[in-house]
Design a protein around this ligand. Structure first.
Ligand code: UD1
Length: 417
C-alpha cells in the first residue's frame, strides 16, 4: 500500500490549475446511459473513482473512448446488462447514480446496495422514495434494489433531507418521465447544476437549477452532447487550506469563486488575504491566524467535504474554534490522528473544539477516508519533522497526483510504494 512521506515547514508558493470536479464528472458519466447517442467530455480527471464508474458503465455495455484524465466519449447504444453488481458498486457509493437513468430508459434496473463507509451510514432511502413518487416499483432482494416501471410518470418529489445524489438520480429519471416533475428541497450544489446543464444540452427541459425547487418537463428521448465539467471546488478549497497553513502564496487558476464563497469567507475571517482575478484566486498569508467557528451545511453553506482540511488549518489559529459537522455522522476520523500529531481537539457530539495554536509534530498516521487523508497531509505540511500518511489509496480516489501537484508548489512530499 502506498504512503506519503512529508517533511513539513515549507510555505507553498506558485500557481496551480484546478482539475475538473470528480463529483460533477461522476453523475455526468452516468447520464450517458440516457441516450444511444454519443456524449463527449472535453476533459476529465485521472482518479480512481472515475475509473470505478467507467468500469461499471463498461460492464453495462457502454462504449468508452478517449482516456481518463483527458477527453472521454461514451456511447450507450448497445446496453447488455441492467445489473450493477456488488463487486463494482461497493468500491464507490456514487455507483447508485446508474439507477435513475437505467430505470428511465430501460424501465428496469438492479443495483446493489452501496453499503456503509467510513463516514457513517449513508442511506439511499430518499433516492428510492423519489423514484417511487415517479411510479417506480422498488423491491429489495439479497442486497439488491430491483426497480421496475411500465413507464415513469411525472410527480412531486419532496426530499426529507437535502441529498446531492438523490437530486441527481431524480433529475436523470424525471427527464424521460411522462409529464411534469417537481423536486422540492432539491440540492443546490454546483455539481447538481452541472449535471442539469448537461441534461439540458441533451434536450431535457429543466427549470430551477441551483434553487431548492426544480421543475422538469419530461421528453420522449434525449440526444448526444458535448460537455466540459466544472472545476473541482473541493480540490481548490483543499489547496487553499494547504497554502494557508504553510503561510504561503498560491494562485489557483480555473476555479469559480461563486462556488467557494463559504470557505473564502472563513479564510478571510481567519485573517488571510485573498485576491480574485477572473477565474483565478490567490491565497496569501495572514500574519497571525485567527480562530473561527464553522458549521457544515448543504450548498451554499460550508461543504462537509472541506471540514477535515479546515480542522487541520484551525489547529494553527490563535484561540479556540468550533467545527460542527451537520451532514455526516462519524466524520471526525481525522481527529484522532491529528491528536497524535499534537493537536488539541476535543469532540463533543458533532462538534470538534479546536484549541490553538499548537505546534504539530510529525508522526505516522493513518488515512481513514478521502477528505480525512487530505487533512493529514495538510497537517504534515506544517508539522515539525517527518509525517508518514498511510493508506493513501483513499486520497487517490479523489485527488489527481496530489503529491506531484503539491511538489510543484514547493512541498517536500513523496510517495513510497
Ligand atoms: C455527495 C458527494 C459527497 C459529499 C456529499 C454531501 C458525490 C459523488 N459525493 O454525496 O462528496 O460529501 O454529497 O455534500 O457527489 N441521506 C439520507 N438518505 C438518502 C440520501 C442521503 O439520509 O437517501 C443523508 C446522508 O446520509 C447524509 C446527507 O443525507 O447525511 C447528505 O447526503 P448526500 O447529499 O446524498 O450525499 P452523497 O450524494 O452521497
Amino acid at each position: 500500500m502506498d504512503k506519503f512521506v512529508i517533511e513539513g515547514g515549507v510555505p507553498l508558493c506558485g500557481e496551480l490549475e484546478i482539475k475538473p470536479a470528480k463529483n460533477a464528472i461522476l453523475p455526468c458519466l452516468a447520464a450517458s446511459l440516457l441516450t444511444s447517442e454519443e456524449i463527449i467530455f472535453n476533459n476529465s480527471a485521472s482518479l480512481n473513482d472515475i475509473c470505478s464508474m467507467l468500469s461499471l458503465l463498461d460492464h453495462l455495455g457502454v462504449k468508452i473512448g478517449g482516456n481518463v484524465g483527458g477527453a472521454l466519449t461514451l456511447k450507450a447504444d448497445n446496453i447488455k446488462s441492467l445489473v450493477a453488481p456488488y463487486d463494482l458498486v461497493r468500491k464507490m457509493r456514487a455507483s447508485i447514480l446508474v439507477l435513475g437513468p437505467l430505470l428511465a430508459r430501460f424501465k428496469k434496473a438492479k443495483v446493489s446496495f452501496p453499503g456503509g463507509c467510513a463516514i457513517g451510514p449513508r442511506p439511499i432511502d430518499q433516492h428510492l422514495k423519489g423514484l417511487e413518487s415517479l411510479g417506480a416499483k422498488i423491491d429489495v432482494e439479497e442486497g439488491y434494489i430491483i426497480a421496475t416501471t411500465d413507464g415513469l410518470r411525472g410527480g412531486e418529489v419532496v426530499f426529507d433531507k437535502v441529498t446531492v445524489g438523490g437530486t441527481e438520480n431524480l433529475l436523470m429519471a424525471s427527464i424521460l418521465a411522462n409529464g411534469k416533475t417537481t423536486i422540492f428541497n432539491a440540492a443546490r450544489e454546483p455539481e447538481v447544476v452541472d449535471l442539469g446543464n448537461l441534461l439540458i444540452k441533451m434536450g431535457a427541459k429543466i427549470e430551477g437549477l441551483g434553487t431548492d425547487k426544480i421543475v422538469i418537463e419530461g421528453v420522449k428521448e434525449v440526444k448526444g452532447a458535448i460537455h466540459s465539467p466544472i472545476p473541482d471546488r473541493i480540490e481548490a478549497g483543499t489547496i487553499m487550506a494547504a497554502t494557508a497553513i504553510t503561510k504561503g502564496k498560491v494562485k489557483l487558476k480555473n476555479c469559480f469563486k461563486e462556488n467557494l464563497e463559504s470557505p473564502i469567507i472563513k479564510l478571510e475571517e481567519m485573517g488571510f488575504s485573498l485576491n480574485f482575478d477572473g477565474n483565478s484566486i490567490t491565497v496569501g498569508s495572514g500574519k497571525e491566524i485567527r480562530s473561527t467557528d464553522i458549521t457544515t451545511a448543504p450548498f451554499p453553506g460550508f461543504p462537509t467535504d472541506l471540514q477535515a482540511q479546515f480542522v487541520a488549518l484551525l489547529t494553527q489559529a490563535e484561540g479556540t474554534s468550533t467545527v460542527k459537522e451537520e451532514i455526516f455522522e462519524s466524520r471526525f476520523m481525522h481527529i484522532n490522528e491529528l491528536q497524535r500529531m499534537g493537536a488539541d481537539i476535543k469532540i463533543e457530539g458533532n462538534i470538534a473544539v479546536v484549541r490553538g495554536k499548537n505546534e504539530l509534530k510529525g508522526a505516522e498516521v493513518m488515512a481513514s477516508d478521502l477528505r480525512a487523508s487530505a487533512s493529514l497531509v495538510i497537517a504534515g505540511l506544517v508539522a515539525q519533522g517527518k509525517t508518514v500518511v498511510n493508506r493513501i489509496y483513499h486520497l487517490d480516489r479523489g485527488y489527481e497526483r496530489f503529491e506531484e501537484r503539491l511538489e510543484t508548489l514547493g512541498a517536500r512530499i513523496r510517495r513510497v510504494k
